[in-house]
Design a protein around this ligand. Structure first.
Ligand SMILES: CC(C)(COP(=O)(O)OP(=O)(O)OC[C@H]1O[C@@H](n2cnc3c(N)ncnc32)[C@H](O)[C@@H]1O)[C@@H](O)C(=O)NCCC(=O)NCCS
Ligand SMILES: Nc1ncnc2c1ncn2[C@@H]1O[C@H](COP(=O)(O)OP(=O)(O)OP(=O)(O)O)[C@@H](O)[C@H]1O
Length: 203
């Protein structure tokens, strides 16, 4: 059984994935796949250079993330251009990893899901992680040192909570003590173990 894990920037997807991983659950993270594709000699580098020019590539040969972040979150056309290069490659690699999964259930972490997203069809169930917007901004300011205006632009480029709630099966409200989060994850883990007995989908 494959659980899709989604949520806005800073909502806590990685924190939640790490806790499931501690329970022995396999995680496929599309952010990690994306980082590998855009690392030095990653398979997306030549297309990024071709489409965004030499400034998009850092001295070590990887994609210049700061340059691209500024570019894509200030222009939806530039964002769509980058997504049109990366998303098919991310999807192909995610599908390859899904074929090699074992265990009762696994998690596919995808930051960008909306109600029309083809990721939804790959998953048996969707878990949405959420927290108040002010908290997303506070966490990302602390973690990345970005300013609130820059973070707000990223939030604006992502689907709304109303859209996400329309396709989520489970919602984890990650706004409180870590102990509370751990308990909620154990509760979901038990549910997923039970459900996995009855459910299996191929890509
Ligand atoms: C825009 C980029 C260069 C910013 O890199 P940076 O290192 O600063 O941030 P990082 O990759 O850690 O992303 C942080 C968060 O930004 C958000 N985000 C990333 N890409 C996008 C996007 N295309 N649209 C909206 N939000 C996004 C997500 O919440 C993500 O978790 C990078 O995220 C990227 O290459 N994005 C395009 C690929 C993509 O869509 N990845 C998401 C996985 S499907
Ligand atoms: N319940 C919580 N209370 C306080 N801080 C938290 C909580 N959950 C997560 N964080 C912190 O908030 C930051 C963002 O969390 P995390 O990286 O898990 O989110 P994410 O959804 O994966 O983010 P992104 O979309 O940017 O990759 C991290 O620094 C994390 O340690």
């Amino acid at each position: 059984m494959l659980i899709g894990l989604t949520g806005g920037i800073g909502s806590g997807k990685t924190t939640v994935s790490d806790l499931f991983a501690e329970l022995g659950i396999k995680i496929i993270d599309t952010d990690v796949i994306s980082q590998n594709l855009t690392a030095a000699s990653g398979s997306a580098i030549s297309l990024i250079l071709e489409n965004f020019g030499p400034q998009s590539i850092a001295l070590d040969g990887s994609m210049d993330r700061k340059f691209m972040r500024t570019k894509v979150f200030n222009s939806s056309n530039e964002r769509k251009k980058l997504e049109s290069i990366l998303h098919p490659l991310i999807r192909e690699e995610a599908k390859r990893q899904i074929q090699n999964l074992d265990g009762p259930y696994s998690i596919l972490a995808v930051p960008l899901m909306n109600k029309d997203s083809s990721w939804i069809r790959l998953c048996d169930r969707i878990l949405l992680v959420d927290c108040p917007k002010e908290e997303q901004i506070r966490r990302v300011e602390l973690r990345n040192g970005l300013g609130p205006t820059e973070i707000q632009k990223i939030i604006n480029s992502q689907s709304s909570i109303r859209d996400k709630l329309s396709f989520a099966d489970d919602v984890l409200f990650n706004y409180g003590e870590r102990e509370y989060l751990k308990k909620e994850i154990l509760r979901l883990h038990q549910i997923y173990l039970k459900l996995s007995g009855a459910c299996s989908k191929s890509v």
